[in-house]
Write a protein that binds this ligand. Structure first.
Ligand code: 3HC
Length: 691
């Protein structure tokens, strides 16, 4: 074999060990598949070989099919055909699994006659997360080995499982010691040979699938249980149908059904969107002018200023990761309240069994509450999370400049304000950066890292890496009002408001946005956040719908009424009072009443967002269109099966988006004025994906 061969072959007595060596994750691309076929053919034909062990070199067994090959013409042997070949070898084939065996990787292991794994290994069929299904026999083999009920959880849930629970399910035959996987697998193979055990092929088993035949209602029960979570997605239903088919049809027919369903999904828009998201998430870490090997500053201790909802949530991220936090407030009662909220949050998690009771104390033990800003002196990173008032933020940063140790990173959690103006209050603007968390900050995955004009590269690298360390998806953005997420949100909010004044009911706007796949519409979102953010009876002048709602103490969910009325369990119903207020305001402003179709509502709310995204790109405030998609998916719940606003616009076609923006511009003015970038891309027949 040449050095470039992605499969290396070695011999342990009469057992051949085939080791996959392809890139970081042993993705089963065409070269690896071809090499595996050749290696299996050779080992099968060699009379001196008694058994075959298949394992992965590097970090893992295999992460599955090569996702970047999807949508391209296939070359070489297909994965299902390769697995057929492996399964039909007339000698025991043992998979030796470490790291991950995911998707096609696990399917490959399921085509082997036995599976041995390290206890630390993880196995799973995460295809559903890419908008597809296990298309190399996974939906047919897995139920035959673990039963349809567990197969539904594994395939439709998509989450990897540890080797130990997998062994309990019967998916793994034997666990190996952490330092001796291959030796253990070889010994296992020798035992199988010595004992003349028959070659068990999963395809021949039907004991476990009897459960599905005896209780066909289990599939509908599963559908019902998961309906909310699966809303809008195509792949989960196809997965369920395939597992149903596994119980009903002979193996070959089930396999053909799986192939057909896989083909439909893989050529569809949802899968393209979800694959886009997979790669987009990984792209965010790449910053052209900050080399990957930039050494981050060590962060052993974090300071958080403000123990309100945001500050508390931010602190929890670090406590969860074992990093001590000093949290500062101005008043004892506010500090006590903040601490109590954090503790209650942990206790509730422990009650649900998702945190060990002793860990509540461990985490609280890492938290130092104080009223003294000077206590931040030894922190490596300080995050300011007080309310959005530039005056107060400037004052805090000038104090921090005096207090913080040299080299400490000074971050603001502002969601709108100018980081450069804040940085200018210090003698060390290179150490200042924005770290914009999304509420609830201990739950939402998005972190907008805001790069100021003078922010040092190692400060950027630190914030990005630390974000990942505490489980966030960090996206680098530039300074502008509202950064990427809120700047685009403002467009939608403005247009939702305009529609409302034209007589479209807020609940109709919300319904359209929710049907599109977002978790809630613009008005439900304001009710949740509170209508009185930035509102006061003294300064606001009874002009807008919001003013009038707030004056009636309809301040959102928290007061039991906002745009909607809420019952004790916070269930929303449309409100007559709101309707009357809207009619009054639009009458006063002389807004012409006109109905809008659902299609128009959607376009008017979302196309200006896409247009704003294009402006953000033009101005260099986001590095790439896919970063904007990641912001919207992880910060606002944009449906992952639509790939983010920029990807979605590409699927519609930019000429169409442009044409509609122009039409609305003619009617409503320059709020809809197409950006130069959108004009150019549409004219060149390109999309945001081509940037
Ligand atoms: N195909 C192509 N490239 C892949 C890949 C795959 N299946 N899995 C990972 N990669 C790439 C990543 O894009 C990344 O590339 P980059 O360095 O250029 O950004 C590189 O490999 C390393 O990946 P990660 O950064 O994600 O590495 P981690 O160690 O953090 O995570 C992992 C490892 C958990 C295996 C994670 O990569 C993962 O979840 N991979 C995808 C698993 C998956 O979805 N498998 C199903 C594939 S579809 C399939 O098998 C269809 C079949 O049923 C027919």
């Amino acid at each position: 074999m040449t050095q470039d061969n992605p499969v290396s072959v070695s011999r342990e007595g009469a057992v051949v060990v085939l080791t996959m060596r392809s890139g970081p994750v042993n993705a089963l691309g065409s070269a690896l598949r071809e090499a595996l076929r050749a290696a299996f053919d050779e080992a099968a034909a060699d009379p001196a070989v008694s058994a075959i062990v298949l394992t992965g070199g590097g970090r893992m067994f295999s992460a599955g099919a090569d996702i970047s090959e999807f949508g391209k013409p296939q070359s070489g042997i297909s994965l299902p055909a390769l697995l057929d070949r492996i399964e039909s070898v007339q000698k025991p084939v043992v998979a030796a699994i470490h790291g991950n065996a995911l998707g096609g990787g696990l399917e490959t292991a399921l085509a082997c006659h036995y599976r041995v794994a390290l206890p630390s290994a993880k196995v799973g069929l995460p295809e559903v997360k890419l908008g597809i299904l296990p298309g190399a026999g996974g939906t047919q083999r897995l139920p035959r080995i673990v039963g349809p009920r567990k197969a539904l959880d594994v395939i439709v849930g998509g989450a990897p499982i540890g080797a130990k629970p997998a062994a309990e399910m019967g998916l793994i035959d034997d666990l190996a010691p952490e330092d001796g996987l291959v030796a253990h697998a070889v010994a296992f193979a020798e035992r199988v040979v010595a004992e003349k055990r028959p070659l068990t092929r999963i395809r021949d088993r039907d004991d476990r699938i009897a459960e599905g035949r005896d209780d066909p209602g289990l599939f509908d029960a599963f559908r019902k249980e998961n309906a909310r979570k699966l809303r809008g997605f195509e792949a989960p239903e196809a997965c369920i149908a395939c597992i149903e088919a596994a119980c009903r049809l002979p193996f070959e027919q089930g396999l053909a059904f799986e192939r057909e369903q896989f083909g439909k999904l893989v050529s569809g828009t949802q899968s393209a969107a979800q694959r886009h998201v997979f790669f987009a998430e990984r792209q965010t870490a790449k910053i052209p002018d900050v080399p990957e090997d930039t050494a981050p500053r060590p962060i052993h201790k974090v300071g958080v200023i403000g123990a309100g909802t945001m500050g508390g949530g931010i602190a929890m991220n670090f406590l969860n990761a074992g990093i001590p936090v000093t949290i500062v407030e101005t008043r004892q009662d506010a500090l006590d309240r903040g601490l109590k909220t954090i503790r209650t949050n942990y206790e509730n998690t422990a009650k649900k069994g998702r945190l060990k009771p002793e860990d509540v104390e461990t985490r609280m033990g890492l938290l130092t509450p104080t009223l003294d800003l000077e206590a931040l002196r030894d922190c490596d990173l300080v995050i300011e999370a007080v309310f959005e008032d530039m005056g107060i933020k400037k004052e805090i940063f000038s104090k921090l400049d005096r207090i913080a140790k040299p080299g400490a990173i000074l971050a603001s959690n502002t969601s709108y304000l100018d980081i450069d103006a804040i940085a200018a209050m210090t003698g060390r603007p290179g150490d200042v950066i924005g770290m914009h968390f999304f509420s609830p900050a201990n739950v939402m995955r998005l972190l907008e890292v805001v790069r100021g004009e003078k922010t040092e590269k190692d400060v950027i690298a630190t914030a990005m890496q630390l974000g990942r360390k505490v489980g966030k998806i960090a996206v680098l953005v530039g300074v502008c009002h509202g950064f990427v997420g809120n700047r685009m949100l403002a467009q939608r909010q403005r247009e939702a408001n305009r529609l409302m004044l034209e007589g479209v009911k807020p609940w109709d706007v919300d319904r359209v946005i929710q049907d599109f796949g977002l978790p809630m519409g613009p008005f439900a979102m304001i009710d949740l956040a509170g209508l009185d953010i930035g509102w006061s009876r003294e300064t606001n002048k009874s002009e807008t719908v919001r003013d009038l709602l707030c004056e009636l103490d309809r301040r959102g969910q928290k007061t039991g009424a906002g745009f909607y009325d809420y019952d004790a369990s916070r269930k929303a119903t449309p409100s007559k009072v709101t309707e009357e207020i809207i009619a009054k305001v639009s009458g006063r402003q002389g807004v012409a009443q006109k109905p809008a179709s659902d299609g128009e509502i959607l376009e008017r709310c979302l196309y200006p967002m896409v247009n704003e995204g294009a402006k953000i790109l033009e101005e260099g405030k986001a590095i790439r269109a896919s970063d904007i998609d990641i912001v919207w998916i992880n910060g606002y719940g944009w449906p992952v099966y639509r790939g983010g606003p920029m990807f979605w616009a590409d699927t519609i076609g930019l000429p169409k988006v442009l044409e509609r923006l122009r039409a609305y511009q003619a009617e409503y003015g320059d709020d809809f004025k197409p950006s130069a970038l959108l004009e150019r891309l549409a004219a060149e027949g390109k999309g945001f994906r081509d940037l």
